[in-house]
Design a protein around this ligand. Structure first.
Ligand code: PLP
Length: 385
């Protein structure tokens, strides 16, 4: 199969990730515990190693500020639900994934918060619009670093400075950028950073992380065992245990460590450039041939501020879901049709409710894969339109 759905989850993983998972599962997959037997201590050591690596990779304040979560959704919910209080105002955008939009909308509907949803322009947010939306009661600004439908990377440095100046907290959803766009927490005033491990950090599914900077103190999302001091009646106050209850996905963290090591070896910009080179073939095809038969690109294409997802709007009469099915069953090509868990941006782009065809190449795709896709799109269009 030609897999072009890396924005959903990366596949295949780099070989060292498979090796690390196999090795760890066979030799060290104990329940991590600081006071336990040697294998438990080894598993705990893997969690520590993972936190140190994340802290180096994103240049955070301290390893213990990295909280392991189940996925991106879990990290975002922990931050959002742990921070807002009745009467707060929250700013977000129409580019967000449902893992941001749904918890915020539910809090708004329950009368807990008021919400401002900023409108993007061709897939990009204007920092001036963020500045205008901030109020004295704005506790939190929740924005994606790159739109999962369009691949457009937002001007997060400028936005972060504006939010910090207003003394609000900034939560960044880095699901589509962690591993391809360097994020430097020392120079960019981001308070909370959430991402899954299973996309461009090449971990298996089931692990993610939330960075909690010193200005934020979310309430625990779940309380329980921490593998250490069991005498306290309530969750221990110190990080990471304050925000981590229950047996963590230590196997996933072993995979995440191998994934980040691999990304470091390749270089984030090299990985992003590879994806952009592949997408450029698609953009060139749309311009040279596709547009004439009704295809267009959603959002603005700027190779300097883009990551792998690219959405194509098919010609009228050709539904994205049918196209996705035909590509899968007749051409052995995996893409993602539909709304991509992000309905607001599709409404904004006029592609609601059918959505688009989202392509997201990864490091193991080749120009031949893209050429096979473009040939398939040409053939399908010729047969139907
Ligand atoms: C921008 C964005 N945010 C959040 C998520 C949610 O991540 P997860 O599926 O790991 O919970 C995704 C996943 O597709 C995403 O693309």
């Amino acid at each position: 199969m030609i897999y072009l759905d890396n924005a959903a989850t990366s596949f295949p993983k780099p070989e060292p990730v498979y090796q690390a998972l196999d090795r760890f599962a066979r030799t060290a997959l104990a329940n991590p515990g600081r006071a336990g037997h040697r294998m438990a201590v080894q598993a705990e050591g893997t969690l520590d190693q993972g936190r140190h690596l994340l802290n180096q990779f994103f240049r955070g304040e301290a390893p213990q500020r990295w909280i392991f979560t189940l996925n991106g959704t879990d990290a975002l919910n922990l931050a959002i639900k742990g921070l807002v209080q009745p009467g707060d105002h929250v700013v977000t955008s129409d580019l967000e994934h449902n893992s941001v939009s749904r918890p915020l909308r539910a809090l708004e509907r329950a009368g807990v918060i008021t919400l401002t949803r900023l409108e993007s322009e061709a897939g990009y947010l204007d920092p001036a619009a963020v500045a205008k939306a901030l109020r004295p009661e704005t506790r939190l600004v929740v924005l994606t670093h790159a739109a999962n439908v369009l691949g457009t990377v937002q001007p997060i440095e400028a936005i972060a400075r504006i939010v910090r100046q207003a003394d609000s907290l900034l939560l960044v959803d880095a699901a589509q950028t962690a591993g391809v766009v360097p994020i430097d927490l020392k120079t960019t005033p981001i308070d909370l950073l959430a991402f899954p491990g299973h996309k461009a950090l090449y971990a298996p599914t089931g692990v993610g992380a939330l960075y909690v900077g010193p200005r934020a103190r979310p309430r625990p999302w779940r309380e329980g065992g921490t593998g250490g001091d069991s005498s306290s009646e309530v969750q221990p106050e110190e990080y990471p245990y304050f925000l981590e209850g229950g047996t963590p996905n230590v196997l996933g963290v072993a995979g995440l460590i191998a994934g980040i090591d691999w990304v470091n070896e390749q270089g984030q910009e090299t990985l992003r450039r590879h994806e952009i080179a592949l997408l450029t073939r698609v953009v060139d095809w749309v311009e040279a041939e596709g547009a004439a038969i009704g295809w267009r690109i959603a959002g603005r294409w700027d190779p300097e501020t883009h990551v792998a997802p690219l959405s194509l709007v098919p010609p009228e009469g050709l539904s994205p879901s049918d196209l996705g099915g035909i590509l899968d069953s007749s051409f052995d090509i995996a893409v993602r049709p539909g709304l991509h868990c992000a309905p607001y941006i599709h409404r904004r782009l006029g592609t609601f409710p059918d959505g688009t065809i989202r392509l997201s190449p990864g490091p193991f795709n080749t120009p031949d894969h893209i050429d096979a896709l473009l040939k398939a799109l040409t053939e399908i269009t010729a047969g139907v339109v």
